[in-house]
Design a protein around this ligand. Sequence first.
Ligand code: 5GP
Length: 145
Amino acid sequence: MSLHGAYDTNNIFAKILRGDIPSVKVWEDDHVLAFMDVFPQSEGHILIIAKQSQARNLLEIAPELLARVTAALQRTAKAVEKALKPEGLSILQFNGEAGGQTVFHLHFHIVPRWADREMKGHGHAPMADTATLQALADRIAAELD
Ligand code: 5GP
């Protein structure tokens, strides 16, 4: 997938937004959804997406929706910091297949980091079980301002 082309309404995140496949939600409002990455690169890996946008990447999203997504990103990152006490936070965002993107609905990653824990490779992490992800989501959601 290049940076240009049509939005696939059957991409995984579109299916999650429609409720066609399950996800472990951290929080949502009318505009954004924060949910646990099912192949977490570290404990507490979260994805933030816009609900009402068919932007595939950063180049395509309307600036006002991007502002909502980045505000949600910061709000969620603050809750992650309070809940999990990471030593760092990697905020990742990939555009186009050549840029490392694998799901073509614009999203931001929050990957908590600890100096003594290795971050798993993007696209190479094992699947987490739902109960573990739900427990993390609950802890993080409890710290949202
Ligand atoms: P990208 O490579 O496009 O930046 O990131 C896509 C992310 O979606 C990856 O980190 C991958 O682990 C995650 N992912 C892929 N399939 C699913 C899924 O079915 N559910 C959830 N929650 N995350 C997924």
